[in-house]
Ligand binder design. Structure first.
Ligand code: TXA
Ligand code: MG
Length: 321
């Protein structure tokens, strides 16, 4: 296999920015770990990230931006948010905040939630890529799901070399553990994942204690059973899985070329492509959750590749509540 590792000089950073604009994935160094970067406004690129990592669920991804003003265009910052951002950005802190109304980010990057995890990395190569690419970068750690996070370009190549256009080599990462994730939702700061910045430092800056989420402790996934901890978006209307057709009053969420007739229908992928289906999933679920339908009937989705995560998400949406 030809190596994807390239020196992170200006020429290669500019090439990486172009690849990202084309919807491809690029691995880039940050001060914590290497990220698997893609255009966070592009549903297809975000779907490709989930597919590359092989996660069996959609765990929402961190979005990297160059500055607090860039972050404030995407998410709503309370005074606590501004305080923490001013103190710790750029750096190993990720803030979960509500998405702004006109937020241009992919819904898939938030796994369908109304919130988004934002981070301004300190690494000069990450900063240069953000500045030259001029768009927010979705960037989970660049390792296959369940494996250790990569702190060198060689680690990335071993795990995901065939999934990326290039790997910008910035040498070993200084911090080596992922960023601290703090949720600022509902005015209650909470630690979702321990990391590069300690709880003490956060509490000192806020001037009060913060809640520690019960699942804290798993560095790779950050959260156990996001269904419990992250209150996922679920359609208001009931969801019926493995539907052969739409019953009276139902809207149909279709998949593949052979679709039964329905009054209201959206197709996740007429070509039967699972990456395309993942890219469309959350936007289409929301679009079909209309006053004039009694429920959403969903055609069977093959349980392979991204289909596993799609089915996981649909099962949660269909679960009795
Ligand atoms: O250091 C890092 O943070 C690295 C580098 C590349 O920046 N990135 C990273 O990203 O670790 P990722 O996507 O692997 O981790 C995202 C974490 C997960 O624990 C996820 O559950 C949480 O952030 N998260 C993301 N969006 C969230 C949201 N809307 N609500 C709650 N948690 C969220
Ligand atoms: Mg990770």
């Amino acid at each position: 296999m030809i190596s994807k590792i390239v020196p992170a000089d200006l020429k290669h950073i500019a090439e990486a920015a172009k690849a990202i604009q084309r919807g491809e994935l690029v691995s880039f160094p940050t001060e914590t770990v290497y990220g698997l970067g893609g255009d966070a406004t592009d549903d297809r690129a975000v779907a490709a990230i989930y597919a590359a990592k092989g996660r069996p669920t959609f765990n929402p991804l961190i979005v990297h931006v160059g500055s607090l003003p860039a972050a404030a265009e995407l998410g709503e910052f309370s005074s606590d948010g501004v305080k923490l951002a001013r103190k710790f950005w750029p750096g190993p802190l990720t803030l979960v905040v509500p998405r702004r109304k006109q937020c241009p980010l992919s819904l898939l990057v938030s796994a369908g939630l109304d919130s988004v995890a934002l981070r301004v990395p300190a690494h000069p190569i990450a900063q240069a890529l953000l500045a030259i690419g001029n768009r927010p970068l979705a960037g989970p750690s660049a390792n296959p799901s369940g494996r250790i996070s990569p702190t060198t370009a060689q680690h990335v190549e071993e795990g995901l070399g065939d999934k990326v256009a290039m790997i910008l080599d910035g040498g070993p990462c200084q911090i080596g553990v992922e960023s601290t994730v703090v949720s600022l939702l509902d005015g209650k700061p909470a630690l979702l994942r321990p990391g590069g910045i300690t709880v003490r430092e956060i509490e000192a800056e806020l001037g009060r204690a913060i809640e520690i989420a019960p699942s804290v402790g798993d560095a790779e996934t950050g959260l156990h059973g996001p269904g419990r901890l992250l209150s996922h978006y679920a359609p208001e209307r009931p969801v019926r899985l493995n539907a052969e057709d739409a019953r009276e009053g139902e809207a149909l969420l279709a998949f593949g070329p052979n679709v039964p007739p329905a009054r209201i229908m959206l197709n996740l992928s007429a070509a039967g492509n699972l990456n395309e289906a993942a890219a469309n999933l959350f936007a289409m679920l929301r679009a079909l959750d209309r006053r004039d339908v009694t429920g959403i009937a969903v055609m069977p989705i093959p349980a392979e590749g991204l289909g596993i995560a799609i089915n996981d998400r649909l099962m949660r949406a269909a679960a009795p509540r």
